[in-house]
Design a binder for this molecule. Sequence first.
Ligand SMILES: *Cc1c(COP(=O)(O)O)cnc(C)c1O
Length: 354
Amino acid sequence: MSSEKKVFVETPLHESAALSKAAGCRIFLKLENLQPSGSFKSRGIGHYLSTHLKANGSTTGTHFYSSSGGNAGLACVVAARTLGYPASVVVPLSTKPMMITKIKAVGATEVIQIGASWQEADSYLREVILVENKNGVYVPPFDHPAIWAGHSTIVPEIMEQLSRVTSANRPDAIVCSVGGGGLFAGIVQGLDAAGCPDVPILAVETAGAESLNAALKAGELITLPGINSQATSLGAVRVSERAFEYAQRSNVRSAVYNDAEAAMGCWRLADDERLMVELACGVNVAVCYGGRLEKALGKKLTTEDKVVIVLCGGSNVTVDMLAGWRKEYAYIEKEQAVSNEIPSSLTAPNGHRH
Ligand SMILES: *Cc1c(COP(=O)(O)O)cnc(C)c1O
């Protein structure tokens, strides 16, 4: 037996002065963008792969397959390569060339492009590839207990790190974004295991991908007719049953912001903290501005309150995309005055100054 390989890492918990100033409380960023695959998905998907290998014996010939052209596909390939196994990804024709190149660059055996939609690519994987290839292992993106268990490891890290810099290890709230709800379910399980199931959680989505919010409003698990947000990593039309169940707990709140707000979160984070993340992650940063956090949590915040934002990361971002969003959505900076004591309020193009 070889020594245990690390499929994910302990990430830093960084207190952001600029975001704290904007939000009116202490903002701690859990830097999941620094995971090996560029997002928190390394935790859950990495754990899924390790668990599978332990349960089935490390069979030669095992080949992992994901049907995500996004961060789940990247996480699958990165974890498989770390563990010494091949991985391939099946994606629809609409997947961006940049993401295909990134998935190939981290060592995918193959990136197979087929079908007009994710459903078609996923069906081809399940019904053709995995039927023909008995050594093929399907890797789900968010709806599996091993994935939640992997994601839950973020909670004891946060608590231990908070206890090193503050007088308590318990955050006053945790903010995370929701696609299919895998990350959210993992956080709930992590808090349960740590004996503090009542820590408030803000579950954030973008408008047009708000499958959790719509289910909560309907009072039942529903499927959105489609996705109408550029934050494609949040684009699950239906959240998992487990995520829906957890979201009905009284300490969980759901919030929805639009793509412009998510984009603002991305460019402000880039200017204030020199970190590049995709829209699915920027939407969490947006809560720090314009009183959004107090409104979403439904309570006044003090400068002593400690709020952890899970900076989930994501690879679907470039310098040009950031600049493009800042031009496209410039109006949002005019609509909303932000204190000029926050560095990013001074860096807008075209000299918008507040
Ligand atoms: C996958 C992903 C999400 C959503 O995670 P779920 O577990 O599907 O809810 C959020 N942000 C980023 C960057 C992601 O890659």
